[in-house]
Design a protein around this ligand. Structure first.
Ligand code: GLN
Length: 305
């Protein structure tokens, strides 16, 4: 371990902390040090390099050290700062919600593409035009439904979650991003509070899908800090995906799309679950940026076929 620097300037603090994190096996040591120091000082990461000679005052140093210790113990950076970027949006997070993952942007991108089939071509809508409806099951922080609501301003949304604490975070994020008028957050098990009236053009979900045995093997950073109810999907990970697929056909309109994020090697099984309902005419698997099958989507068949 390097000796503490003679003076805790921004640059010396970053260097020392990155070395310290590296020695403790903390992932992304330099980035973690930068994000936590920028957060402590209330500046951007770039600002750190514009002021690298500036010493930290004792109060700043004390606050930074407290965060550094929590990070060393595995607490995720996003919970320490209370923020995470998703789809270029600043999303507030608390330990009540899963930290949005970059690969979940694949779900958003795929949903946007599917929405094009229904989305009004012009803004020339009268007040009588019924809104096009979408829903997200298991909103967590709200990152996905908020990204979609921002991208598709002519749609109205329902955001569902079993956790009241998560819904409070999601509502706050929706308010901060100016979409709270168009996203109706409701506490529910899957789709249970909604009428099955075949109204949805889009139904998206990033449900818990981690199989029990895999969850046991997850890094402490995830297992000890993120809500297990947002990750754990039972023995094979499909405990919630299975009933949602059974329900979804009764809630989606003809030509409407159901899009589910899935875990490693689950895509073929999930595609089969859609297939056996007989309710869908297109069932497709989409890979994420690292080449993993990440989203399964299915299009609701019309009454005539
Ligand atoms: N991809 C998440 C992980 O870090 C799992 C998210 C989920 O279960 N929906 O394991």
């Amino acid at each position: 371990m390097a000796d503490p620097p003679a003076s805790w300037t921004i640059l010396a603090t970053l260097r020392w902390t990155a070395d310290y994190f590296r020695a403790k096996g903390i992932p992304e040591p330099r980035a973690s040090a930068e994000i936590l120091l920028a957060h402590t000082l209330g500046v951007s990461r770039l600002d750190l390099y514009l002021r690298y000679d500036q010493p930290l005052n004792p109060e700043e140093l004390a606050r930074f050290k407290a965060l550094m210790v929590r990070r060393r113990e595995g607490e995720p950076v996003a919970y320490l700062t209370g923020h995470r970027e998703f789809w270029s949006l600043d999303i507030r997070v608390t330990p009540a919600v899963l930290i949005p993952r970059p690969e979940t942007e694949t779900l958003v991108a795929t949903a946007l593409e599917a929405a094009k089939e229904h989305y009004p071509k012009t803004q020339n809508l009268t007040p009588k035009t019924p809104p096009l409806w979408g829903a997200e099951v298991g909103v967590g922080s709200g990152a996905v439904v908020i990204a979609l609501a921002k991208e598709l301003p002519l749609m109205a949304w329902v955001g569902l979650d079993t956790s009241g604490a998560a819904l409070a975070v999601a509502r706050d994020n929706a308010r901060r991003h100016g979409v709270v008028q168009r996203v109706h957050f409701l506490q529910a098990d899957l789709l249970n509070v909604l009428k099955p009236n075949a109204a949805l053009a889009l139904l998206v979900a990033n449900l818990p899908y981690v199989p029990r045995a895999e969850w046991e093997r997850l890094p402490r950073e995830i297992k000890a800090f993120e809500p297990p109810e947002a990750l754990l999907g039972g023995e094979d990970g499909l405990d919630l995906i299975r009933p949602l697929i059974r329900q979804a056909q009764h809630y989606t309109k003809e030509g409407g799309w159901v899009l589910l994020e899935v875990g490693d090697r689950q895509a073929p099984q999930v595609a089969d679950l859609f297939e056996i309902t007989g309710a869908y005419d297109r069932i497709e698997t989409i890979k994420d940026f690292s080449g993993m099958e990440r989203v399964v989507r299915a299009r609701r068949r019309g009454a005539t076929g």
